[in-house]
Ligand binder design. Structure first.
Ligand SMILES: NC(=O)c1ccc[n+]([C@@H]2O[C@H](COP(=O)([O-])OP(=O)(O)OC[C@H]3O[C@@H](n4cnc5c(N)ncnc54)[C@H](OP(=O)(O)O)[C@@H]3O)[C@@H](O)[C@H]2O)c1
Length: 346
């Protein structure tokens, strides 16, 4: 424990906060030393306050921690943020200003010019723009973000294709799990036996974030990639896991075999949370499915299937991933691991 890096979880009572706490149990590099949430929770013992929704018990080292307010000094070097977006913006800036490394799941800073929006298997080179933040956060703190949960699933499936063949147009429809709305999230009467064809701000995030992620760094700035995306986002009565139906037009001609082969092009980052396969392709038109593929790669693999020709764009396929693991908590942990391995955090 002495050698592990002390980390805190902001928004520790929420869906993402709980997933962070569950995933960080026995992490080889990180040890949770602080938990924080709103003033309604602050001052209470974690196990007394939290409405614990994870299958395994609250980790022993966390259950007796006293929840802190998000304006207190915290005995931790890295702060994982699962804060509600109505408050994440200011709180994350405050802690970065106080010298903490803030690794965020929230949307607030994703599109800020000096904040990297990272999926390490795709754009770890973007971490270097952290250096630009030292101008405003003078105590050495910084903010890094991971993308929106559906965006992560989609771009992990699209990146090998973008890199090899280029992309001109992408059209995506999502079927997103209820847990994506946090807890208690969507009322049961609104979602049981139903589909809700609207998720606030989701389409905009899916249409803009990929262009930053696939962008290139030049002179300390990210030049966004140049292709068009259109997203249609739906909430469906699935507990966990976001399914995306993606059609796309490539710049250079591609064959089915070459696209499927490209999914294996990801390099293994060698981090504790790196999945063995970043993308797993199923040669079965009825895969992927939430019931079968949620925990592929311990929830860190994006499962892809049913690649076929599209009558309007060139190709279409299904991509699926765990929204609170690959799409949130696991993504943030992977970012923090990369930062430590590459000495952005010492
Ligand atoms: N769920 C997902 O699949 C997912 C995926 C990717 C990204 N995200 C993003 O991750 C963030 C958390 O999402 P979630 O689903 O975990 O939400 P959630 O279940 O509603 O949890 C929100 C957390 O924010 C805390 N909070 C609320 N108001 C606060 C305040 N004034 N000061 C300090 N803390 C406050 C809550 O603490 P109290 O209990 O004390 O109120 C709670 O711990 C959001 O920005 C969301 O957009 C979620």
């Amino acid at each position: 424990m002495e050698n592990r890096i002390k980390v805190g979880v902001l928004g520790c009572t929420g869906a993402v906060g709980q997933k962070l706490i569950a995933l960080l149990e026995n992490h080889p590099w990180f040890e949770i030393s602080e938990v924080a949430a709103s003033e309604n929770s602050a001052g209470q013992k974690y196990s007394d306050r939290v409405n614990w929704k994870e299958a395994k018990p609250i980790p022993e080292n966390v259950k007796n921690l006293t929840i802190k307010n998000c304006n207190e000094e915290l005995d931790a070097k890295i702060l994982f943020s699962g804060l509600d977006s109505s408050v994440a913006g200011e709180i994350e800036e405050y802690y970065a200003g106080e010298g903490y490394a803030v690794v965020s799941n929230s949307k607030n800073h994703r599109m800020s010019e000096d904040v990297p929006l990272i999926i390490p298997e795709i754009n770890h080179s973007h971490f270097e723009i952290i250096n630009v933040q030292h101008k405003r956060f003078t105590k050495g703190g910084f903010i890094v973000t991971n993308p929106n949960c559906s965006t992560i699933v989609m771009v992990l499936a699209l990146y090998p294709i973008f890199r090899k063949f280029g992309l001109e147009k992408v059209l995506v429809s999502t079927m997103q799990a209820i847990s994506g709305a946090g807890y208690p999230g969507v009322p049961s009467l609104d979602i049981l036996g139903n589909v809700v064809p609207y998720i606030k701000d989701e389409e905009e995030k899916m249409q803009t974030e990929p262009l930053k992620i696939f962008g290139e760094i030049k002179d300390g700035k990210i030049n966004f990639a140049d292709f068009t995306l259109s997203a249609m986002c739906n909430r469906v009565p699935v507990q966990n896991g976001h399914t995306t139906s993606i059609s796309f037009k490539t710049k250079k001609p591609a064959t089915k075999e070459a696209i499927i082969k490209s999914f294996g092009d990801y390099e293994h980052l060698g981090l504790p949370f790196s999945p063995e396969k970043v993308v797993q392709y199923f040669d079965d038109p009825a895969r992927p499915q939430p019931a079968l593929d949620l925990y592929n790669g311990n929830g860190m693999t994006v499962s892809v299937g049913n690649l076929r020709e599209c009558n309007i764009l060139d190709w279409k396929m299904t991509a699926f991933g765990h929204n609170t693991i690959r799409g949130a908590a696991g993504a943030a942990i992977l970012n923090a691991e990369y930062l430590v391995k590459n000495k952005y955090i010492k």
